[in-house]
Design a protein around this ligand. Structure first.
Ligand SMILES: [Fe+2]
Length: 576
């Protein structure tokens, strides 16, 4: 069965994923093709085209288009909950009751139009809507490879109405245990506070998480953001956050997801680049509140299953909170946590597809890598180089991993463009900027050459699989940079540039089968420096998506002060 999953239901993070007989053939985010981060208000036309072309099939061959947004009936509590909790914005409350699937219908229309543009014949191809949180759940559970009964957690801003999902998977089927509904969204609280802390919601959450270790979580008690947090229930206080309508705080014509009352309580929102008090302390308190609330809910709804099998699959934007994931892994009742690399909304394209595939009997297996996007040959890179006509020099390398390791060991950052682009927000050694983490000052050097990120944000390491357990003091799988671990004392001084302020690192453990060239690079680096670790950050400039094509890579390279770009078999440098 050929299933094309599409996301973009919530007007951000449009993406496409193609499954053929249960195998993920291709997946990519639309932002990479249109060069617009999060592809807001866009449908994944280019991403879908890529998937079909990569598979060598036509749009007419697609059996099912799966979409992660479904109609929600009045018989479920979702719309009633929404209406009751939005009494202060009666237009929205009434709309949820009387016209509660308007957004679904609009989405369906957009998919049909996009499908037609793609060449899909809707008389032959079936359109299947999948509830948003079931798509998230499936993207984690069906790709975890877990055979046992598996606890499933979904933490997200909002799908149709559900914001948070608790369930389990067994024998390939997903069962709901409990959902929370809008406005009672833990991720929503994090998003609202992200706005208050001066970042963009749905983008800056990881910056808040990076800021948190600089603050003191005990200095401010933010627990009043929730009216209630007990016995598996959560009620957000919408007088402060997750606010809509007239309650919104407004500044310069923009309405925020928090209220004037929050500003009266905590002071003016952060508007500059500083990481000073009280904002760092708010970030620290928020992060702790988020973790504690999620863990309490896991206890209440998933504790029994975890006690039984210890397997947990986690998806939704909240699953990109690597610190929460560290605490989940640290639980005595969790043996293994699986977080799919595209845990946010882009991953719902994959999740909708896997949900339909599993329901129709396709066999799904564990997702072992995220290299699902386009790849380019050395000849294609040469064509791009010639077309760009900038003063660049290039040479073919004899041994790409060895030669690159030498440049890194000499203390230079290297832009690294190799193989198929990653699916999901993390660069995992296909579209990366690399550095040698024992080279003093390498992080500052990268920041200076790219000028793209806040100095206080941590860089992350890719680590050779046979060395990783010594560094992270754990055998837990970590292929996707979705979990932080405490770095062993003996390693902190060896790789200081990739250890965060709180002594943790968000590692990617690299195995040879998934990325042989990256693996070989790490082995060469180990031979030169003694450490099989490389600093790995994404190949992009601030505010831009990760590069996709050789032309994107060259444009980014030229627009930065980077000196070395290794693109497939070529070393590109700037003429002095
Ligand atoms: Fe979502």
């Amino acid at each position: 069965m050929i299933i094309l999953g599409l996301s973009g239901a919530l007007n951000h993070d449009a993406s496409a994923a193609l499954l053929i007989d249960g195998e993920i053939v291709a997946a990519a985010e639309e932002e990479r093709f249109i060069r617009d981060k999060h592809a807001k208000n866009r449908m994944p036309l280019n991403a879908a085209r890529f998937c079909l072309e990569f598979a060598g099939i036509g749009a007419r061959d697609v059996d099912v288009v799966a979409f992660p947004y479904a109609p929600i009936g009045l018989a479920t509590p979702a719309r009633w909950h929404y209406a009751r909790r939005h009494w202060y914005a009666p237009d929205r409350a009434l709309d949820a009751l009387f016209n509660g699937n308007r957004r679904y219908r609009r989405n369906r229309g957009r998919v049909l139009v996009m499908g037609t543009a793609l060449g899909i014949d809707w008389t032959r191809t079936e359109f299947v809507p999948v509830e948003h949180h079931l798509a998230h759940a499936s993207s984690a559970y069906h790709l975890s490879g877990f055979e046992e009964r598996t606890a499933i957690l979904g933490v997200d801003g909002k799908g149709e109405y559900a914001t948070t999902f608790f369930g389990y998977g067994e024998g390939g089927k997903i069962h709901k245990i409990k959902e929370l509904y809008d406005p009672d969204s833990i991720s929503g609280v994090y998003g609202a506070m992200t706005e208050y802390l001066g970042f963009e919601m749905l983008d800056g959450e990881y910056k808040v998480m990076g800021m948190a270790p600089y603050g003191d979580p005990n200095r401010h008690d933010l627990s009043r953001l929730f009216r209630r947090r007990s016995r598996g229930e959560v009620e957000v206080d919408t007088r402060y956050v997750n606010t809509v309508g007239l309650r919104r705080y407004r500044a310069e014509g923009v309405g925020f997801y928090f209220s004037q009352k929050l500003v009266d309580w905590l002071g003016p929102r952060r508007v500059d680049e500083s990481i000073d008090e009280p904002f760092v302390d708010y970030a620290a308190s928020l992060q702790r509140l988020f973790e504690d609330t999620c863990l309490q809910l896991v206890d209440a709804h998933l504790g029994d299953i975890l006690a039984d099998t210890g397997k947990l699959a986690f998806a939704g934007g909240g699953a990109l909170n690597v610190k929460l994931n560290q605490r989940l892994v640290a639980r005595a009742d969790v043996q293994e946590l699986f977080v799919q690399p595209a845990a946010g909304d882009s991953g719902t394209a994959l999740g909708a597809a896997t949900y339909v595939a599993a329901g129709r009997g396709d066999k799904l297996s564990r997702m072992r890598h995220a290299y699902l996007g386009p790849a380019f040959s050395t000849d294609e890179c040469l064509d791009a180089l010639r077309a760009i006509g900038e003063p660049l020099e290039f040479a073919r390398l004899d041994d790409v991993p060895r030669d690159t390791a030498r440049i890194l060991a000499a203390g230079n950052p290297v832009a690294w463009f190799q193989g198929r682009m990653e699916f999901g927000p993390r660069a995992l050694g296909a579209r990366s900027i690399l550095g040698c983490p024992s080279a003093a000052g390498i992080a500052d050097r990268i920041n200076a050459q790219i000028k793209f990120r806040e100095r206080w944000r941590p860089f992350c390491p890719s680590v050779l699989d046979r060395v990783a357990p010594q560094i992270i003091q754990s055998q837990h799988p970590a292929p996707f940079m979705t979990i932080t671990f405490d770095v062993a004392e003996s390693w902190k001084a060896r790789i200081p540039e990739v250890v965060h302020r709180d002594g943790t690192a968000r590692v990617q453990v690299v195995d040879e089968a998934s990325n042989p060239r990256y693996y070989a690079l790490l082995e060469h680096l180990e031979a030169l420096t003694g450490d099989a670790v490389v600093l790995n950050t994404s190949l992009n400039r601030q505010g831009e998506p990760i590069v996709c094509t050789p032309t994107d890579a060259l444009a980014m390279f030229i627009g930065s002060d980077l000196e070395y770009l290794v693109m497939e078999d070529l070393l590109v440098t700037k003429r002095r």
